[in-house]
Design a protein around this ligand. Structure first.
Ligand code: PEP
Length: 245
């Protein structure tokens, strides 16, 4: 089955480094792969990304967008501009946006709805903190983030979810197979109970590396990965993107 491998570059790489990465990537990536590869570079590199990936099957998007397409919103990113530049995706509700920039589910819900209205695919991130897991609240948190984050979403339009336990992001700690299996099964059934298709892709994110990708990708309802650190270098991300073959 087709998988989605997404690279979250966070605040790394400038336009020149972005172009260099894609020159190398295009030499090595098997263009006949059935899997989808999506890049989320910093907003300042979207134009360089659009140019480098033009005419390829590689997808890209922004790491965030605002809930309005234009206006007096200093420092924000317009989803309309992402669309106009040729992007297909927007990452929404990443845990760093939630914890460092205090984004709440009601704002996240508006962003998801706007992205879909513009025919961009929202990649909505959800996940529990370590405290929430240790107090047995993981499934409750997943349910409330999905219910609220998707409260204005269109179930007929494309949507991708990333399950990212906050305690596994950038820490080197990967959720174990049972934890990933349980969370993905639950997210799949929650999506269906909210009226979304059972085939909605659910990616796992949190310290995915070339060494653990093959095992994780074979867990039921794991439809690919959202990768931070290991997506910054061509060899490690290539190996992850080849984990389904
Ligand atoms: C992320 O940024 O979404 C992420 C999963 O990061 P890392 O792979 O570095 O844990």
């Amino acid at each position: 089955m087709k998988k989605i491998f997404a690279a979250n570059w966070k605040l790394h790489k400038n336009p020149q480094e972005t172009r260099q990465f894609f020159t190398e990537w295009k030499k090595q990536w098997n263009t006949s792969s059935q899997d989808e590869v999506v890049f989320f570079p910093p907003a300042t590199n979207l134009e360089a990304t659009a140019q480098a990936l033009d005419g390829t099957s590689l997808r890209w998007g922004s790491q965030n967008c605002y809930s309005e397409v234009k206006g007096a919103f200093t420092g924000e990113i317009s989803a309309q501009t992402v669309k106009d530049l040729g992007g297909q995706y927007v990452l929404i509700g990443h845990s760093e946006r939630r914890s460092l920039f205090l984004e709440k589910d009601n704002l996240i819900a508006k962003k998801v709805a706007l992205a879909q209205k513009l025919d961009l695919i929202p990649l909505l991130c959800i996940g529990e903190t370590l405290g929430e897991r240790e107090s047995g609240r993981t499934l409750y948190i997943l349910r409330s983030q999905l219910e609220e984050g998707l409260s204005q979403a269109d179930s007929m339009k494309r949507l991708v979810i990333a399950y990212e336990p906050v305690w596994a992001i950038g820490t080197g700690k990967v959720a174990n197979n049972d934890q990933v299996k349980e969370a993905h099964k639950e997210v799949n059934s929650l999506l269906q109970s909210l009226g979304f298709p059972g085939a909605t892709p659910i990616l796992y994110g949190g310290s995915v590396k070339a060494e653990n990708a093959k095992e994780l990708v074979s867990i039921p309802h794991v439809n690919g990965f959202l990768v931070g650190g290991a997506s910054l270098e061509v060899p490690s991300f290539l190996q992850i993107c080849r984990s389904n073959s």
